[in-house]
Design a protein around this ligand. Sequence first.
Ligand SMILES: [Zn+2]
Length: 69
Amino acid sequence: MSTVPVNITCPYCEFINTRHVDLKNMPSIHGEICYCDCEDGGCDRRFVVDYKVKIETEVRSIDGEKEKV
Ligand SMILES: [Zn+2]
């Protein structure tokens, strides 16, 4: 699975829409038009979504590396 759930808050009614974004086929990063999902309780208005991609890192030590001079 390469889709990730993304929460998108409507700028009018603050309803939180969940959209599954395909990482291999990202929507255009800037200016995607979305509808606030009225079937889930939203207001059915249109708004613009600008996506921001963040990358987090974790580090791990490597055996034997600490003893190196
Ligand atoms: Zn809304």
